[in-house]
Design a protein around this ligand. Sequence first.
Ligand code: SAM
Length: 242
Amino acid sequence: MPPPNPQFNAIGKHEAVRAMFAEIAPTYDRLNHLLSVNIDKRWRRLVGQKLADVLSRPQAIALDLCCGTADLTLELSQQAPHAQVIGCDFCHPMLVLGRDKIPAQSSARLVEGDALRLPFADASFDAVTNAFGLRNLENVESGLREIHRVLKPAGRVAILEFSRPIIPLLREAFGFYFTRILPRIGALVSGSRQAYTYLPASVSQFPDQKRLAGMMRDAGFVDVTYRNLSAGIAALHLGTKS
Ligand SMILES: C[S@@+](CC[C@H](N)C(=O)[O-])C[C@H]1O[C@@H](n2cnc3c(N)ncnc32)[C@H](O)[C@@H]1O
């Protein structure tokens, strides 16, 4: 299978994205933590903290979309043990690895499904999260509308995604690391040069902080805000279904 086209909303990238994640699944977690020097864990923790109010609602139910190997699903479930957390992803090998990480006593569950055609009824969730998945969708606007559809009124969305560093010197240094060093380490550990070349290329094509916030508003979200993480290397966007 050829590598996915890193262009924003590239037509036909769906299957190539799924195949790419299936290929790198066995080394995905190790590389994530290695390449981000564990900062990714801090970013996911912040997602749970920002959703603490909705996750503490009676019988709260949250969806972690594009959950991959379930790191954020588990983080939400640990921070809000009384909430039901469901992880959803369309890549079976990623879900198998995630399932093995869920402790027996956890109420977290994983479901195989497509973010563009979610197998959930309208207004099902108090919160929907998506960490590093939105960029990979074949149609990001449709993905945002689908999140909006499955949220309950007053439900909240949290999107964690790579973004644009806001400090020029950092932008250059990080750009060098992201495009020159990361693909080599990624290729060495995962055996897939394509996946870790696709990563920086797709990030460079993805809307910046302000544009993504605008797209969330267009999808129907209100009170849309974002916070730069590590000076904009990533950003956490939050919104509410009115
Ligand atoms: C970079 S990984 C992120 C995984 C996890 N959220 C994390 O924080 O580590 C992106 C995930 O999005 C999933 N994904 C991409 N497109 C999808 C789609 N249309 N439907 C469901 N999952 C999708 C991939 O299978 C992959 O597991």
